[in-house]
Design a protein around this ligand. Sequence first.
Ligand SMILES: C[S@@+](CC[C@H](N)C(=O)[O-])C[C@H]1O[C@@H](n2cnc3c(N)ncnc32)[C@H](O)[C@@H]1O
Length: 270
Amino acid sequence: MKQSSEYLLGVSKTELERLRFQHSVWKSVTDRFFDRLNIQRGWKCLDVGSGPGFVSFDLRERVGDEGEITGLEPSEFYLERFKEQCVKKGWTNVKFIHGTAETAQLPERYYDLIFARWVISFVPDPERFLERLCSALRAGGVIALQDYIYDGLNFFPRGGAFDGMLDAVRAYWYSGGGDPDVAARIPSLFKKYDVRLIDYTPNCLAGDGSSPIAEWAHRFFTTHIHSMVEKGIITKDQGDAMWEDWLAHRKNPQAIFFSPIVVDMAGILL
Ligand SMILES: C[S@@+](CC[C@H](N)C(=O)[O-])C[C@H]1O[C@@H](n2cnc3c(N)ncnc32)[C@H](O)[C@@H]1O
């Protein structure tokens, strides 16, 4: 199986629309996390791996005109969509950095909040990622992440080909150089970089086959089962069987889907 440091999920209009839908499904989880962090008007925030800016827009609402949001994103395509929205909204206090967390020039000790949702699980070197971000955080500032412990993924009743999906997705993440269970490593990494853990909250969403959370997973599998086959993680026959089992569960009114666990993780830089 090929290991690559390219961003696993790729960049496209379809993926952008998947991210938009994903945001609508998980927004309430992120909003509750932000409520607990007590984000203040006037804060300077860095949204790492902002994509087209869905979370940045919510952060902008919280920090107001007197705050500042910076989107850091390696995809020019996403950054352009992000900029277009800011122009439409007439926002002048949103900045953009084109690059990765590991390599971008970031101001030292500057931000009140650094946030990254579904980014650190994709990177080959989470230590370097965090080290670079912590050097851009002011003392007393907050670093906040939302990312996976992929365990949790299940579609009951079990017993069909979809049961193999958890292992397949795990292998898919590893093939891109990432870690699908990265959230388990964050408390010890925070310690290493003098960050005091203040929040570690797991979230799992569940619903029947017609629920928004099942539709969220559907949009992922629609594209990414093909990519798993292309990468040799599963055979075409296994991919077809998983897809058929998935569709059968979606039609079964007794079936119940559980999402992977997404952990809210926050700490204060000492
Ligand atoms: C799954 S998307 C999540 C987007 C956004 N955070 C959200 O929650 O809607 C992951 C994003 O991280 C970006 N990304 C990947 N590797 C990165 C890195 N090393 N540094 C910063 N961003 C990265 C990708 O280009 C993509 O836009």
